[in-house]
Design a protein around this ligand. Structure first.
Ligand code: GDP
Ligand code: MG
Length: 163
């Protein structure tokens, strides 16, 4: 089948906005309310001339287990399973949260390539926030603004290197 690119991360970091940008049309539901995306949404997308299957994962609070660790594991296992590359998204404006750290720690142990995406990186606050993501130990953060359409060509190039 097609190479699978999974957009993952805690709720409200802008996964669905990024998904829509990469797909090139509005398909996932974007909301100010964390976790409004109920299901995994997927679509085919063309990235640098390569056709891929792009998957938008639901927010971490969607899964059943009650503990933070449980939610992390359930959600990330679902999302990452079968991925050729994971776009692990953080919010450069809110900064790194414990949920991001848990998820990053879990991801580092998985046998899957991860691209660390610092979304909402527009402007000075965003640029500084993106640098902070280095400490997650997942390589150089790729700063983007899904909403403003910044950094997406660079991100597509990074994804293409994993296909
Ligand atoms: P998800 O829960 O991770 O899927 O996040 P959404 O895509 O639903 O977006 C959550 C909120 O973040 C919405 O209000 C979006 O408009 C906003 N958002 C998404 N991308 C950006 C961005 O690049 N910059 C800013 N400032 N806000 C963004
Ligand atoms: Mg969403």
């Amino acid at each position: 089948g097609l190479p699978t690119v999974v957009v993952a991360g805690r709720p409200n970091v802008g996964k669905s906005t990024l998904f829509n940008r990469l797909v090139g049309r509005r398909q996932a539901i974007v909301s100010d309310q964390p976790g409004v995306t109920r299901d995994r949404k997927e679509s085919e997308a063309m990235l640098r001339g390569r056709r891929v299957r792009l998957v938008d994962t639901a927010g971490l609070e969607e899964s059943k287990p009650e503990t933070l660790a449980g939610r992390m594991t359930a959600s990330s296992t679902q999302g990452v399973d079968g991925a050729d590359v994971v776009l692990f998204c953080i919010d450069a404006r809110s900064g790194i949260t414990p949920a991001d750290e848990h998820f990053a720690q879990w991801l580092r142990k998985q046998d899957v390539p991860v691209i660390l995406v610092a979304n909402k990186a527009e402007g000075k606050v965003g640029t500084e926030g993106a640098y902070d993501a280095f400490r997650l130990g997942l390589g150089t953060p790729v700063a983007v603004s899904a909403e403003h359409g910044e950094g997406l060509a660079h991100l597509m190039g990074e994804i293409a290197e994993h296909l």
